[in-house]
Design a protein around this ligand. Structure first.
Ligand code: SAM
Length: 351
């Protein structure tokens, strides 16, 4: 398969001049945890027969790469809650070795996969909203914090590139900012606080729980001196767009304590609600049942599962190009909404 030439205009370019290079794939909507900001367990999972088969996901990946995608993230639900996921990941690595592979995981089921993840160069975003065992259990519905921390330490020992994501919730984990961010002092990890997004109809989201990035930053400044991480391209030039492409939408700072010690990792904010990064968004999503989704905040989806089964991959590529052309600006949808911005919950979209 020919590698995409990035100097050429990409067919996956939208009406705002943004080019999609990044496909986020939900391999399942099932999860062994039930994080209260994400879903509630009264909502049934998608029946297995309606989920894309791994071979179908592989075909869609191939089509996306041919159209210029060079980065894949596997998410869910919990990717490792789907049987056969690790073998699938190995296969994707072997078939498309030029493509960056990323994983978003709650970290509970990773133990048997860690060495393989290291060997095939997968980087991991670990969701970790609390370091307090009882609170972790209350948020996620399972008493699994020790397992997650154990796997996190093993990933650090193995040198797996790691980022930690905490959904910032006022009155729930705001008092844990010092402990969570302190992980970046000691280890080479980015600890990122994500603004709580009003996604889905059945989560605990409320205005009272919303903790805006500006307040999180103020709280961090009470504990450390913050030094912005320079936005640099690989060639040393500063360039916001390229930097956003390489490290995602987080704004990052180094932490310096009162003894002058500088953090090994970084503290980060993902300001999805108060300061959108729509202008540099290069993402396309594939839901577990096989719908393309061009924006987290837009419930419009483009079903391709039956299309690929009945009409083949050329038609899927045509739909992909067409969907991207109509990619909206999420911040505008958010600004116009009162209440949840999308009805579908995050676990069904693939966060
Ligand atoms: N199970 C995996 C995990 O826990 O990381 C992957 C799926 S989870 C839906 C992906 C990400 O979505 C997690 O980092 C989670 O914290 C985030 N997320 C879910 N609901 C959210 C919300 N309402 N606002 C902000 N982030 C949310």
């Amino acid at each position: 398969m020919a590698e995409p030439n990035e100097a050429l205009p990409s067919p996956l370019t939208d009406a705002h001049g943004r080019t999609v290079r990044y496909l986020r794939i939900s391999v399942t909507d099932r999860c062994n945890l039930c994080c209260r900001y994400c879903r509630d367990d009264s909502v049934p999972f998608i029946p297995h027969e309606n989920i894309l088969r791994f071979e179908e996901i592989e075909q869609i990946i191939e089509a996306a790469i041919e159209l210029g995608v060079h980065k894949l993230r596997f998410t869910g639900g919990e990717p490792f809650a789907r049987k056969g996921f690790l073998d699938f990941l190995i296969k994707i690595h072997r078939r498309f070795p030029q493509v960056a592979l990323k994983l978003t995981s709650n970290g509970t089921l990773l133990a048997p996969a860690l060495e393989t993840l290291r060997d095939i160069g997968v980087s991991v975003n670990l969701s970790l909203d609390s370091l307090d065992r009882e609170k972790y259990a209350a948020i996620t519905g399972k008493d699994m914090l020790p397992v997650v921390l154990d796997n996190m330490h093993r990933m650090l020992d193995l040198g797996i590139p790691l980022k930690i994501n905490a959904v910032a919730m006022r009155g729930i984990n705001d008092n844990e900012l010092p402990a969570l961010a302190a992980m970046a002092m000691d280890w080479p990890v980015d600890v990122r606080f994500i603004e709580f997004m009003p996604m889905g109809d059945s989560t605990i989201w409320s205005n009272n729980l919303f903790w805006p990035a500006a307040d999180i930053l103020e709280e961090a400044r009470r504990h450390w001196t913050l030094e912005p991480v320079a936005l640099r391209r690989k060639d040393g030039q500063e360039n916001e767009g390229q930097a956003a492409e390489e490290r995602g939408p987080a704004k990052l700072w180094k932490l310096k304590d009162e003894k002058g010690r500088v953090s090994k990792g970084s503290f980060g904010l993902i300001t999805s609600v108060t300061q959108s990064f729509c202008q540099s968004c290069n993402r396309l999503r594939l839901t577990a049942e096989g719908n393309l989704r061009t924006c987290l905040f837009d419930d419009r989806e483009y079903p391709i599962r039956d299309v690929m089964r009945k009409k083949g991959m050329d038609e899927v590529k045509r739909i992909m190009i067409d969907a991207v052309a109509r990619k909206p600006v999420g911040a505008e949808i958010l600004a116009a909404s009162h209440g949840p911005v999308a009805h579908k919950r995050m676990s069904a979209i693939g966060g």
